[in-house]
Design a protein around this ligand. Structure first.
Ligand code: NAD
Ligand code: TYD
Length: 358
């Protein structure tokens, strides 16, 4: 598949978070020297530590700021002559969205609209030859599946949590900008990601963290909810592929064809860590604690990613066996990172690197 678009100056939003930082690592290793500006406000989930090593590459630049700040976004677009926006910034945790939906609407809906509007103005001004706006979204916008079937790109949006509703709102704005203004948008919708640098509030890193600390492993409801898991590097490669070769206006489902019941994942992580921590087989499984279900808990997600395969030649490269083993080893080797992100101590790194300035 040949590329139809070559980005020269990319604005990545949310690049200090889990997927954004892995994407930047992937992108700058693959295309060294490409101009890349990372706009991130550094919430609890954004850690510049995640970018250690890549942040010294020529062409990389960090701006601390809010995607809802139109003047700031406009100034970056024009100063950097940005020709591609890859929009990861979001509030991303379903449980937090149940406790406090407002910030999800602000960041995920309003933030996307501000970025779209400033990007559209920049595109209309013909400051750059060609332009792409890539909205990184989630399979959760489609709602919940029964025991069979897959989400395709034409499955109607039926979000059930405040998080997924805010992502669906953003996706509809992206569609509206395409339909109304002919703005060259792209929209990926990916299944659950796992891998290094994921904040230990999401299922897999939380379980690893609690097992190491010998704490209870909270499994919601009956543990039989199903998610489709994809390694974050396969997602990063998919986003890059869509950016370069996707059809403007296109929506692309991204998934691992890798469905797991939550309890089976938790048991697998328990067993792998029994071996690594030299604990007697079965020790970690005894930490599993079934707790009250998440309200509105989607039963099953599963993705049909055949458009990615057929049109763009993308498929996952990680087997789950390899990906989960490497992820567990990464967390074991990076306990200091876990301590820092959970205590907020990584902010010292920001002070050191940037003198606390935006
Ligand atoms: P994350 O929570 O780890 O990171 C989000 C980043 O956005 C953080 O660095 C945070 O500081 C930044 N941010 C938040 N509000 C901001 C604002 N107002 N202005 C600028 N930056 C802001 O999230 P993630 O898991 O890396 O997810 C990234 C994107 O991918 C999200 O859009 C999410 O919806 C989507 N996605 C995630 C998954 C998953 O499994 N994690 C799956 C599919 C899609
Ligand atoms: P999560 O990682 O929060 O991702 P999402 O809700 O976006 O799919 O949760 C993955 C699955 O694991 C989901 O079905 C909820 C469940 N879960 C637990 O059972 N216990 C937990 O402590 C967490 C965080 C999640």
């Amino acid at each position: 598949m040949s590329d139809s678009f070559t980005p020269r100056s990319v604005l990545v939003t949310g690049g200090a978070g889990f997927i954004g930082s892995n994407f930047i690592r992937y992108f700058l290793e693959r295309y060294p020297g490409t101009r890349l500006t990372n706009l991130d406000i550094l919430t609890y989930a954004g850690n510049l530590r995640n970018l250690k090593g890549v942040d010294s590459q020529p062409g990389y630049c960090f701006v601390r700021g809010d995607v809802c700040d139109g003047d700031l976004v406009a100034s970056i677009l024009s100063r950097e002559k940005v020709d591609a926006v890859v929009h990861f910034a979001a509030e991303s945790h379903v449980d937090r969205s149940i406790l406090g939906p407002e910030v999800f609407v602000r960041t995920n809906v309003l933030g996307t609209q501000v970025l779209l509007e400033e990007s559209r103005k920049h595109w209309v001004s013909k400051a750059v030859e060609d332009f792409r706006f890539l909205q990184v979204s989630t399979d959760e916008v489609y709602g919940s599946l029964g025991p069979s079937g897959l989400f395709t790109e034409s499955t109607p949006l039926a979000a059930n949590s405040p998080y997924s509703a805010s992502k669906a709102g953003a996706d509809l704005l992206v569609r509206a900008y395409r339909e109304t203004y002919g703005f060259p948008t792209l929209n990926t919708r990916c299944s659950n990601n796992y891998g290094p640098y994921q904040f230990p509030e999401k299922l897999i890193p939380l379980m690893i963290h609690n097992i190491i600390a010998e704490k209870p492993l909270p499994v919601y409801g009956d543990g039989l909810n199903v998610r489709d898991w994809l390694h974050v590097m396969d997602h990063s490669r998919a986003v890059d592929t869509v950016l370069r070769s996707g059809q403007p206006g296109g929506v692309y489902n991204v998934g691992g064809n890798n469905e797991w019941k939550n309890i089976d994942i938790v048991n697998l992580v328990c067993d792998l860590l029994d071996a690594r921590l030299a604990r007697v087989a079965g020790t970690n499984r005894s930490l599993v604690t079934f707790v009250k279900d998440r309200p509105g808990h989607d039963r099953r997600y599963a993705i049909d990613a055949s458009r990615m395969r057929a049109d763009l030649g993308w498929e996952p490269s990680y087997t789950f066996e390899r990906g989960i083993a490497e992820t567990i080893d990464w967390y074991l080797a990076n306990q200091e990172w876990v301590r820092e992100v959970t205590s907020g101590a990584y902010r010292d790194y920001y002070e050191k690197m940037y003198g606390g300035r935006a």
